[in-house]
Design a protein around this ligand. Structure first.
Ligand code: PDD
Length: 283
């Protein structure tokens, strides 16, 4: 498998980073996961804009202009057989003597790899997946797509250990997001999701859902969503680059709505598939 490290394309097994890389020592870096459909990155401008915001937030200069990122991503895609891929890219602050404070003007480390994009199975689409609630115990900059994911890792594992696909996170009695996904609820035909804030990652798929809802006259509200609303929802969905939109049909062992993916989920899923076929452009 060919990956990219600091300007070079090379086999993954040969890619080596110094142990003093601050990504290794501190998790001092940011990343993106970009879905690729039919060899074309989906919503690439949105992903590159979010990368820029994450880099700005942690004060790393962007090592590449957008056009260069696009070239590198295209080249990486070209090294892989699958038409549908998931490109992971990651920028760390670089290599320095261990010290919490960071030297200015370090050369950032750039790493990229691509894996086949594994879509949700037809069984997951037909039956939905299991979710469990958990207390959101992360920091107050969840809007930064940081590689420092210890809390998310533990929350996802908590879900897996409970036989679930995702943790649905609650902070102070309100929904934030999942361990690696945004969350939407539906009640009486209205889609609700928390507004973007420092408490959740502004998902690129989240934006797609907002656009599709607006274009197709599906009522959607971005507002605080209480735990009671989550538990009483007719439908719950998770969204992410790698899972698209997926229904959560069991929460904490109880059925969500009637326990099957709901009609608004089915509509949104179909709209999403149409958008993919149109290569991310509005249909
Ligand atoms: N995660 N919230 C969190 C905490 C996430 O990690 C992700 C995505 C999302 C959804 O964002 P998007 O729609 O842009 O994928 C929300 C990726 C897929 C990951 O870490 O692998």
């Amino acid at each position: 498998m060919i990956c990219h490290l600091n300007g070079e394309f090379l086999p993954l097994a040969e890619a080596k980073v110094p142990v003093l890389d601050r990504g290794f020592i501190f998790g001092d870096g940011v990343y993106e996961v970009i879905p690729v459909y039919g060899r074309k990155p989906f919503r690439i401008d949105g992903h590159l804009a979010r990368l820029q915001r994450s880099l700005d937030a942690i004060r790393i200069r962007n090592p590449h202009a957008g056009i260069r990122w696009k070239q590198l991503i295209d080249e990486l895609i070209g090294h892989h057989e699958n038409n549908d891929q998931s490109v992971y890219l990651h920028v760390t602050r670089g290599v320095a003597k261990r010290d919490h404070g960071f030297p200015k003007d370090l050369a950032p480390t750039v790493f990229m790899m691509s894996n086949p994009l594994v879509m949700p199975s037809s069984e997951q689409l037909e039956r939905g997946v299991v979710g469990v609630t958990a207390t959101d115990n992360r920091w107050f900059r969840c809007d930064i797509k940081s590689t420092a994911l210890l809390a998310n890792v533990l929350l996802r594992q908590l879900a897996i250990d409970a036989g679930a696909a995702e943790a649905v996170l609650l902070r102070d009695g309100f929904l934030t997001e999942g361990s690696a996904a945004n969350i939407f609820a539906v009640k009486s035909g209205v889609i609700v999701t928390p507004a973007k804030s420092h408490l959740l990652l502004p998902g690129i798929t989240y934006d797609v859902i907002l656009e599709l809802a607006a274009q197709n006259g599906l009522p959607l509200e971005q507002r605080d969503v209480s735990e009671a609303e989550v538990r009483g929802a007719d439908e719950l969905w998770l969204t992410s680059a790698t899972r698209e939109v997926l229904a959560i049909t069991t929460l904490d062992g109880r059925p969500v709505g009637n326990g099957a993916p709901g009609p608004i989920f089915r509509r949104m899923h179909a709209l999403f598939q149409g958008l993919k076929r149109a290569n991310g452009e509005p249909t």
